[in-house]
Design a protein around this ligand. Sequence first.
Ligand code: 6R9
Length: 653
Amino acid sequence: MEVEAEQTRNLIHHSHKYAPSASFVEQANLKSFEEYKRLYDESINSPETFWGRVASELHWFNPWSQVLDSSDKPFFKWFVGAQTNLAYNCLDRHLELHGDKIALIYEGEPGDRLTYTYRQLHEETCKFANTLLHLGVRKGDRVAIYLPLVAESVISILAVARIGAIHNVIFGGFAVDSIKGRILDSTAKLIITSDGGYRRGRVIPLKDLVDEGVDGCPSVEKILVIRRHPDRQLPCKMQEGRDVWYHEVSQGKSLSHEAQHMDAEDMLFLLYTSGTTGSPKGIVHTTGGYMVGAYLTCKIVFDLKPHDIYWCTADVGWITGHTYVVYGPLLNATTVVIFEGAPDWPDKARFWDIIERYSVSVFYTAPTAIRTFMKWGDEFPNSKNLSSLRLLGSVGEPINPEAWLWYRTVIGHDNCPIVDTWWQTETGSILITPIPGVTLTKPGSATLPFFGIEPAVLTETGEVTDYGSLAIKKPWPSMLRGIYGNQERYKQGYWGMWEGKYYYTSDGALTDEDGYFWIIGRLDDIVNVAGHRVSTAELEGVVLEHHSVAESAFIGIHHDIKGQGLIAFIILRQGNVGSPKLKQEINEIIGKKLGKFELPEKIVFVNDLPKTRSGKIMRRLLRDVAEGRPLGNTTTLADPSVIDHIVEEFKLS
Ligand code: 6R9
């Protein structure tokens, strides 16, 4: 982290400020720093007044008796006693004014296209909801969703929320063990999947992966299978009694359905994310507070208006997809674009083609994608008309100034504010971000807190500093309510660090003289590979399943495109010799069990790992080796000679 901190200090020193254009400010939902400051101060000093007023812009079946209940910290409750429904607010609420407006534009990788008006999306969601009820799903049941990014991803999420069940979306890039772990932990009753999806022209056999994943999962009663193509089937097996085709079972189901009244604190979804232990944790989000956070951040940070055509490139399997593909934009009656495929299929102008075709006005993507586009060259975006764009967003990892400036110039034509939004699966919605019509941005900084958020950079003992651990002082409506089945871990892991006074983010950060925040990355053993949180502990557990592996250490190192890439140091069992074939087998295990995006850049076979006398692996030293730096302090090593051998092996691998 020291290296990143030093680099960031340099950035701060050389940084320029960029102001939004007068024409952007004129049309913005929030127009001046004074207005931001006034609202921000109110949100901190009188959170109940502030959030109560925001929540009133949405529909509630019953009002709240209290905005925030802090009586049982850190188990905060928001909008106590109120009842609402997310799908109702995303769809029914708009029917009168926006019923014939396009809600969803879907483009499949092979080029198939569909659009849904708010009225049509409402009908499809009701039909799906009625089908789920027919299959025995009830309020509170867990439903896993493992789909490509097709319209049914959005529809099924909304349908589950509509009947008050709990969705657990599993990213389509996850493989068998990742699926199984999530289904077992959440005891899902039903799984929604499809016969397949497309990635770079290949069919991904999602149903086959689910079949393997549910093996040994007794909670699963039904698998609901959607045909990727409306009129033909991709090859997959169906098990009698368990598996049902959506197009068959949904036939004749009603296109209307009365949304279930949900308590504000009823669970809305579970989303698993990597933690410091081997198994992912199920982050719990509830109904009312999450809805208010998703709604307001979209309105203010993306400056959304009903006439916007908004495209967030995240998959719905990540939190960004939940809050900023599905819920947030629909709560704001915006038109949402989704795209199933890869940015270089069939050619490297595919994204820009989509922006041109649908006149996308707000575009939200990740730094790793921006760096990839930069590498491909300006001719691809330059070949399309991107003049519809008015605002650009970035999320998932720190964005380097080169990528930020390229994004601004080549994609935004120096005409679009960039919002670099910092947040996490746990936070539910954006916490640190520029406000596009207000904030002077500095490339590489997520800038200032959103309403209601009081961040601080702290030392281990809780003193405020300008370089340390990023912490959040106050609860906020869309915060996680816990870890599924493990509230003690929630309390200790997120609120234990400074005796319950702050939420611990696990990120390191710096502040500058303007009070801007510069996030530098994770302080724990999570590696951020192309914006995806990957747990080194989970990888280390999985490679042990290869009979030749005795022990391993995975680390993250700088990667020009992905931000971070993984390096695996592996000790083999006695009698085994490292070989290309063995590397391939280890990679196959990772790809098949966890997912291909978790593959290491490099595998290094070593005799030993650098450990402290208490047996803890010194990952910092491994990182020094892999990034080619002089080694830091080695005096705490149990056996300092170990590291010389590792340096040699790394060079040879
Ligand atoms: C939304 C999302 C969370 C972790 C987070 C941090 C990193 C996300 C960032 C950023 C710097 C940004 N992160 N946005 N770092 N600048 N704008 O990505 O959630 O998948 O849970 O990851 O991602 O390290 O702690 P999630």
